[in-house]
Design a binder for this molecule. Structure first.
Ligand SMILES: Cc1cc2nc3c(=O)[nH]c(=O)nc-3n(C[C@H](O)[C@H](O)[C@H](O)COP(=O)(O)OP(=O)(O)OC[C@H]3O[C@@H](n4cnc5c(N)ncnc54)[C@H](O)[C@@H]3O)c2cc1C
Length: 290
């Protein structure tokens, strides 16, 4: 039983199917993909969804059952009496990082999904340094908004490799975009119809202000792990992965709770904010021995 059909859940489903198990995937959304659905919103990155499409085709071939539009809670899992449960529920944007004004900001995901339109003068604070920030920045720049991308790091977008940065820069340097390094957004408050952002520095002794219409924060994800913790007590292994076994590639056999009815594991961004590579690798190296 797999909860979540992002890259982690899809790889887990594929490998479990290959191994001949009966596999059911519960997914809250209407389709598979997780964060890759957001990634592929950018025309240049549309093909990223092939990571999901290929796994979906394999799962169909292997007879994996998908239940979409299904937000799973612990009871939904246990009623199906699984032998093994894999939580691949990913994460949601973590934007609550300010001293004050967290309720006034939007996330890079809000911009990418189109739920929030870019507005006037925009400050995008990015301390994850990843593609989500650059993709959101490009959408904001394309809208005609005036954009400042700010990072507390000494270089922006460190997680975006050089060749990938080229098209972002080609798209954005033509537009009204500035990049500011080594400054940290500290708080946001309302000012008339707009916002005033207080900016400091990890190097100390700085207080600056930005008067903007919109503040966007990109700070990675926070695990959606409630269901994992709700299931821990009734699982046989109490949700534990024995890393020594994982590393040498032998099955997980630890029993912490002899009354537990199923093994429970957690993979991908449901463990911590990482990337597609980590999500797929978590799934593959665990499920190949189940
Ligand atoms: C815009 C953007 C660009 C990115 N670019 C890259 C990149 O270039 N390279 C890279 O390696 N990584 C990239 N990433 C990060 C990568 O997409 C994530 O790390 C990866 O998707 C995590 O996979 P996951 O399967 O663990 O979680 P997710 O992709 O978050 O999938 C989790 C799934 O679980 C479902 N779910 C959650 N809770 C429940 C529940 N209770 N019941 C049922 N279903 C549930 C969700 O609906 C979702 O479909 C990017 C992310 C974004 C947002």
């Amino acid at each position: 039983m797999i909860v979540g059909a992002g890259p982690a859940g899809m790889e887990a489903a594929r490998v479990a199917g290959e191994r001949g198990h009966e596999v059911i995937v519960l997914e809250a959304a209407a389709q598979a993909g997780g964060q890759l659905l957001l990634t592929s919103q950018s025309p240049r990155r549309q093909e990223m969804i092939s990571i999901i499409d290929w796994r979906m085709a394999e799962c169909e071939r292997l007879g994996v059952e998908f239940r979409f539009n299904t937000w799973a809670e612990a009871a939904d899992v246990t009623t199906l009496k699984p032998d093994a449960v894999i939580i691949a529920t990913g994460g949601y944007p973590h934007t609550e990082i300010l001293e004050a004004g967290n309720e006034l900001v939007v996330s890079a995901w809000d911009i990418l999904s189109g739920d929030v339109k870019p507005k006037g003068k925009v400050l995008l604070f990015d301390d994850a340094g990843d593609h989500a920030a650059m993709q959101a920045a490009e959408v904001i720049a394309d809208s005609g908004a005036e954009l400042e991308v700010m990072t507390p790091d000494r270089a922006f977008a460190p997680e975006v490799m050089a060749m990938n940065l080229v098209p972002y820069m080609r798209a954005m340097q033509q537009k009204d975009v500035t990049f500011t390094v080594t400054f940290r957004l500290e708080s946001v408050q309302k000012e008339g119809d707009g916002l005033v952002a207080r900016v400091g520095s990890d190097y100390g002794g700085v207080e600056k202000y930005r008067h903007v219409d919109q503040v966007v924060i990109n700070h990675g994800t926070r695990p959606l792990d409630d269901i994992y913790f709700d299931l821990k007590g009734t699982s046989s292994n109490a949700g534990e992965v024995v890393y020594e076994d994982l590393i040498v590639g032998t099955p997980q056999t630890k029993v912490n709770n002899p009354d537990g009815a199923f093994q429970l594991f957690r993979i991908g961004d449901a463990v911590s904010s990482r990337n597609t590579h980590a999500a797929i690798y978590d799934a593959l190296r665990l499920v190949k021995d189940i």
